[in-house]
Design a protein around this ligand. Structure first.
Ligand SMILES: Nc1nc2c(c(=O)[nH]1)N[C@H]1C(S)=C(S)[C@@H](COP(=O)(O)OP(=O)(O)OC[C@H]3O[C@@H](n4cnc5c(=O)[nH]c(N)nc54)[C@H](O)[C@@H]3O)O[C@H]1N2
Ligand SMILES: Nc1nc2c(c(=O)[nH]1)N[C@H]1C(S)=C(S)[C@@H](COP(=O)(O)OP(=O)(O)OC[C@H]3O[C@@H](n4cnc5c(=O)[nH]c(N)nc54)[C@H](O)[C@@H]3O)O[C@H]1N2
Ligand SMILES: [Mo]
Length: 771
């Protein structure tokens, strides 16, 4: 392993070099160059990377370095065949790393685990469907099955999946969103009546300031950097709040700009870069409002015009008085202590905010994966409401989504707590009573399987065993099941945690050509800006027995329910038929088949962006909360005599969630290793440890369970004292299943209380398998 400070800008030649390395690794170079040119183009496929939107400009290249990695990872020529499984028993595969498992290539045949040989072996699709139907129909209650979804599933697949599960009788829809932007949906629904972002790509062209909270777009949404670059170049202020100095938010060289590339030029992204403590953002925003309120009062006292937007506040909002009282009652010392920023830093940020006519605020996991995430997002919304920064061009709220169709999956009904209106529409359109009782989210699903209450686990994509908290507990929960089914493109950890019966069903990915009876099919997705557009695979390769996700769901549904409530094989013949079903049961999708033909797709609309508030009061709601008493999930400091650190778990530059593409984290200067722990040098010294020494990390939780990971290399890093950082999923064993966010029930993965001890070099546990 080497640690080498990265001196360049984000993007640039480094990104091009990395793109070409991953092209070579895919063993499919010529094909994949053509594939990349079709990424995010009309008549091409939607990038399976992130959920950032498409700019309106025409461009030959619409992919980024990490989108290219996602495409190359999927469009590899390597295959995991029945022979592979025959040669590699599950007990052997279990010992291999996550990187190894996915590197073996694409799953090619449906397989079932055989406990006599300890190997997965090929079965026919019909056998698989019949086995699933047998298990499902044998349950005493439909609520004894869990139906997980990861956010790559298309609208068409997600729609059929939820229709099947609801007709079967359950709302048990744990999904990746439960671990991701759940807090955003809940917070915004209460505040402004819609659980989605209110801006479109065009708004970024008009914004005077963009405030970026808790997000690392250089790695996770690289195409956003181009949007920020353009904003910065035309003079918009970009203000960042991030515990770490992320290179992409400092400087960016657009690999598609010939001038920047040839002159080694770059663009400064953030005008101001603030470094709050982990979990300190609510205090930051509270402080900004406090500073602005002082100015507001002074203006009014002097007979000058107010700075708040009183017309907007009066016409559109409710609850300002109580909120401002709470702001006044919050003392500056509490704010600065919790924020980890000084009053003058917060006032500086407030000053930029005030001077900007049009402000967009964006956020991602640094905001949503805390105990008090819902409150923090509502505090951000309060700030925007005070200034009427919602529902006008260049202004609004922009939660930047994760998986490329996670937002669309929710729109299609992958939701364990569907609204009454959704259930009514579905019931009416398909002539059955869909269940209204809330089902299980990801955490509740784990608990139900652990208790033996749920017996069947079906996953439409994802890597449940690795992405969820409390890894060993989750694995125990899965192995309690009578049946586990994974519909997947690549082999991963979850497939090796066996139920009594276990199936892996290989599916086509976003890049593959999908041919059904009526010919090649396209699917649709929705991005972070509520744009719905079509995507059609282009890769011609040997797909063996792979089937499309809609076809697999239809196969399971037909075997379980017969022709109820639809003729499943018939709709699969032409996905336009699925879209007709979506159009007749989900508002906003009327004429979907026509609308997706327009380049760029169609805009679903957003009532909050039109200043129509779907809240009980029919107004946008100021939400008043006290600052959290403690930043840690519980006041755990007394549980340990050793110094307690707050650990955030995040993504490296070479991974897509649990898919590990490589072992470098270029912008953070890490090469060749993932088991690293970023710690402030003063903390390393105070602990009597040395840079690059190995440490074990143990988390604190008031139960008797030991949660510990071993042998992480200390990296002295520019990070606030007391805060530390490591990669997920290696650190998921540290998270307690009970450590979840208020109201959102999202596992708290950005504030895990831990203590560090030097690794005993003789420990046989140094090589944990999860790397
Ligand atoms: N290449 C690639 N692209 C991806 C993904 C991937 O794994 N790889 N994953 C996709 C998915 S599902 C998602 S959800 C998104 C995730 O996108 P991000 O949210 O950018 O992902 P994380 O790596 O979790 O980064 C969290 C960022 O927030 C900062 N942060 C953490 N805690 C705090 C805090 O308390 N306050 C502040 N102000 N900052 C904080 C961290 O320093 C880090 O920069 O990306 C999507 N896109
Ligand atoms: N500690 C910690 N834990 C976290 C997070 C964190 O920041 N810290 N982030 C959380 C977040 S934001 C998220 S979104 C979740 C992610 O949780 P998941 O969505 O469950 O996990 P992924 O790693 O994205 O899933 C990868 C697998 O998806 C399968 N796959 C890939 N493409 C396709 C496809 O097109 N179809 C199908 N059927 N399968 C496919 C492949 O088999 C691959 O192995 O993890 C969460 N867990
Ligand atoms: Mo996510």
């Amino acid at each position: 392993m080497t640690v080498k400070k990265y001196k360049g800008s984000a993007g640039g030649w480094g990104a091009l070099l990395s793109t070409s390395k991953h092209l070579v690794k895919s063993e499919n170079i010529a094909h994949n160059i053509l594939n990349l040119l079709k990424t995010n183009q009309d008549k091409g496929f939607d990038c399976p990377g992130c959920a950032w939107g498409e700019s309106t400009e025409k461009s030959r290249f619409r992919f980024c370095e990490n989108g290219a990695k996602a495409v190359n990872w999927e469009a590899t020529s390597r295959r995991v065949t029945p022979e592979f499984f025959q040669q590699h028993p599950v007990s052997w595969l279990t010992q291999q790393s996550d990187y190894f498992l996915e590197s073996q290539g694409r799953l090619s045949h449906p397989v079932q685990y055989n406990c006599e040989t300890d190997c997965y072996q090929a079965v026919s699709w019909q056998h698989a469907f019949t086995l699933i139907a047998k298990h499902l129909n044998a349950l005493e209650s439909p609520n004894q099955a869990e139906f997980y979804t990861s956010g790559r599933a298309s609208n068409e697949a997600a729609f059929l999946y939820q229709l099947f599960v609801r007709k079967f009788g359950s709302n048990n829809f744990p999904d990746c969103s439960n671990m991701c932007h759940e807090a955003t949906g809940i917070a915004l629904k209460q505040s402004v009546g819609v659980g989605k972002g209110t801006v479109t790509m065009a708004d970024f062209e008009d914004a005077d300031a963009i405030f970026v909270f808790g997000q690392n777009p250089g790695t996770n949404h690289p195409r956003m950097l181009d949007t920020l670059r353009q904003a910065s170049r035309r003079g918009a202020a970009i203000v960042t709040f991030n515990t770490l100095k992320e290179r992409g938010l400092e400087r960016f060289t657009n690999p598609q700009s010939v001038t920047e590339m040839l002159t080694n030029g770059s663009t400064q992204i953030s005008q101001c870069y603030f470094r709050p403590k982990l979990g300190g953002d609510m205090a930051v925003v509270r402080g900004m409002v406090k500073a602005l309120f002082v100015i507001e009062k002074a203006q009014l006292a002097a007979g000058c015009s107010p700075i708040f937007d009183h017309d907007f506040i009066e016409e559109h909002t409710q609850g300002i008085e109580q909120y401002l009282k709470a702001v006044e009652a919050t003392p500056w010392n509490e704010i600065t202590e919790q924020a980890g920023l000084s009053q003058s830093e917060i006032e500086e940020a407030a000053g930029i905010y005030r001077q900007s006519k049009r402000v967009i605020i964006t956020w991602a996991m640094g905001i949503t994966q805390h105990k008090h995430s819902v409150k923090t997002i509502q505090e951000i919304t309060n700030l925007q409401l005070l200034f009427g920064q919602l529902g006008r061009p260049g202004a609004g709220l922009c939660p930047v989504r994760g998986h490329s169709n996670v937002q669309g999956d929710r729109t299609m009904g992958i939701d364990e707590k569907p609204s009454a209106a959704f259930i009514d529409n579905l019931s009416h359109a398909f002539d059955f009573q869909a269940p209204s009782k809330p089902g299980h989210n990801a955490v509740a699903a784990i608990k139900a399987m652990l208790a033996g209450e749920s017996k069947v686990f079906i996953a439409l994509g994802g890597n449940f065993a690795a992405a969820t908290p409390d890894t060993s507990l989750t694995q125990q929960a899965l192995s309690n099941c009578s049946l586990t089914v994974n519909i997947a493109t690549k082999l991963n950890r979850t497939h090796l945690v066996l139920g009594k019966d276990s199936l892996i069903l290989p599916c086509l990915g976003r890049t593959d050509i999908d041919i059904q009876v009526s010919g090649p099919q396209s699917i649709t997705v929705e991005d972070s800006f509520s744009m719905v557009h079509a995507s059609a695979g282009v890769v011609e390769s040997d797909t063996y027995e792979m089937r499309s996700e809609p076809a697999i769901i239809a196969g399971i549904a037909a075997a379980t329910l017969g022709k109820q409530p639809i003729d499943w094989p018939w709709v699969i013949e032409d996905y336009a038929r699925i879209r007709d079903l979506i159009a007749k049961s989900i508002p906003g999708f009327t004429d979907m088949n026509t609308k997706i033909k327009q380049p760029g797709g169609f805009y679903l609309g957003n009532k909050a962006a039109e200043r129509q508030w779907q809240t009980p009061s029919k107004k946008a709601q100021f939400m008043e909360h006290d600052l959290p008493l403690h930043l840690l999930p519980a006041n755990l400091r007394e549980l340990s005599k050793d110094p307690v650190f707050v650990l955030q778990t995040m993504r490296s530059h070479d991974q897509y969630n649990t898919s590990i593409y490589g072992f470098d984290d270029r912008y953070r200067g890490i090469f060749g290793e993932r088991k690293v722990l970023f710690v402030n040098v003063n903390d390393i010294t105070a602990l009597g440890l040395k840079n690059s020494q190995l440490v074990d990390i143990e988390s604190l939780w008031p139960d008797a369970v030991e949660r510990k990971v071993f042998g992480f290399k200390l990296v002295a890093y520019d990070i606030p004292e007391g805060n530390i950082a490591a990669y997920f999923p290696e650190t998921n064993p540290l998270m307690s299943i009970d450590g979840t966010g208020d109201l959102s029930d999202t596992p708290i993965s950005k504030a895990i209380p831990v203590v560090l001890t030097a690794t005993l070099l003789k420990s046989d546990k140094i090589d944990v398998v999860m790397t």
